[in-house]
Design a protein around this ligand. Structure first.
Ligand code: PRF
Length: 376
């Protein structure tokens, strides 16, 4: 993997770059649509490619390991072939998904014992077997096994957990070296900074992560319920320590506003279920604010879903029609809203990149944050 930093914004810490892997280039800043179980929910691969056009999508080790299971993915020739997606894929390690299981898991130094959300069966994830599973899935970028601490988190818990995440990282690196590639392209491991909302721990973690000299670095443990200002403060501290010439990925973030604010702090990569999950609940993101399409006020509004027309659904259908689909619980409503929201998120990061390259990112960002704060 290679990262070329093209330009740094002089008025903020935003950057524009290009990541190159065996599955092509990724222009940064980038938003990665989430395809947890080998599907970006409600969106065809053709729509994803032609309309939304991300250079990379995300999959989840935890989910894919439980279903369809790694042997099926291996038989298919890896996740790319299984789901017919020939661009980049990143897989999360399961550190976060297992953490979300709270009542159904037990963490110790060796790893995490958890119960499947599908059939209640017991499984054990370790840094070692998570590397092997990610070799079988075959994503281009794979994540270290970490513990994502909850918010709020007691200082001592956060400190001990951070050190365990660091020890787990060493185990991931050692084991990955011994585990051969399964397919004919490379994979790159990203380590993850933790440290909850404590500045000293975040600094310590960022320094440790930087010291392993990975090809890209991630920031975890944020957007777990803390106020946005605390998240920004932590991102800022961590980005000031992580190497400038490597991409930085902020995991599980966030709203369109969170994304712009974190781009301004030096983050290059994002993922979040928000555009698709909120779409399925009838919430649309636009450049002028958010829309609850289920609201009665849209009942006889026959204007386009979004005049900007970023994707085909935006001008093909009216707000009144989309509201009707939600009122009637039609599947098509969720599909339309998902395409719209993902199209908007990808538009947003591409515009951010354009403004970084044109030199007016900071001004544009402030204008967009103001506009997008509205509820329509
Ligand atoms: N760790 C991992 N995945 C994640 C997170 C984390 O801390 C987060 C936190 N927002 C989202 N996804 N492995």
């Amino acid at each position: 993997m290679q990262f070329d930093l093209k330009l740094k914004d002089p008025k903020s810490k935003a950057r524009a770059g290009v990541i190159t892997t065996d599955h092509g280039t990724i222009e940064t800043p980038i938003f990665m649509p989430v395809g947890t179980v080998a599907s970006v929910k409600g969106v065809h691969q053709s729509e994803l490619k032609d309309e939304i056009n991300p250079d990379i999508i995300l999959g989840n080790t935890y989910h894919l390991y439980l279903r369809p299971k790694t042997d099926i993915l291996e038989q298919a020739g890896g996740l790319h072939k299984f789901m017919n997606w020939d661009r980049n894929i990143l897989t999360d390690s399961g550190g976060y998904q297992v953490y979300s299981l709270s009542g159904r898991r037990k963490i110790n130094e060796e790893g995490v014992k958890f119960k499947s959300h599908i059939d209640g069966s017991t499984h054990f994830f370790t840094p070692e077997n998570v590397m092997e599973i990610q070799r079988s899935i075959g994503a281009d970028i794979i994540m270290a096994f970490d513990e994502c601490t909850p918010y709020p988190c007691d200082y001592n818990y956060a400190k001990n957990s951070m050190h365990m995440t660091h020890r787990w990282l060493k185990r991931c690196i050692n084991h990955l070296e011994k585990t051969p590639l399964k397919y004919d392209y490379n994979q790159t491991l990203f380590p993850i900074v933790q440290g909850s909302t404590y500045t000293d721990l975040r600094k310590q973690s960022a320094e440790f992560i930087a010291s392993v000299e990975a090809e890209g670095n991630a920031i975890g443990g944020l957007s777990v319920g803390e106020p946005a200002e605390e998240m920004y403060a932590m991102t800022d501290v961590v980005c000031s320590i992580l190497p400038e010439d490597k991409p930085r990925y902020l995991m599980g973030v966030g709203t369109p506003i969170n994304i712009l604010e974190n781009i301004a702090l030096g983050v290059d990569m994002f993922d979040c279920v928000m555009p698709t999950r909120n779409a399925r609940n009838g919430m649309l993101f636009t450049a002028h604010g958010t829309i609850n399409i289920k609201n009665k006020k849209w009942e006889n509004d026959f204007s386009a879903i979004d005049e900007m027309g970023i994707t085909f659904v935006d001008t093909l259908y009216s707000k009144a029609y989309l509201r009707h689909l939600f009122a009637s619980k039609e599947l098509l409503g969720k599909q339309i809203a998902s395409i719209h929201n993902l199209g908007f998120y990808l538009w947003l990061v591409r515009e951010a990149r354009k403004h970084i390259l044109e030199g007016d990112f900071a001004v544009w960002k402030d204008k967009m944050v103001k506009q997008m704060s509205k509820r329509l």
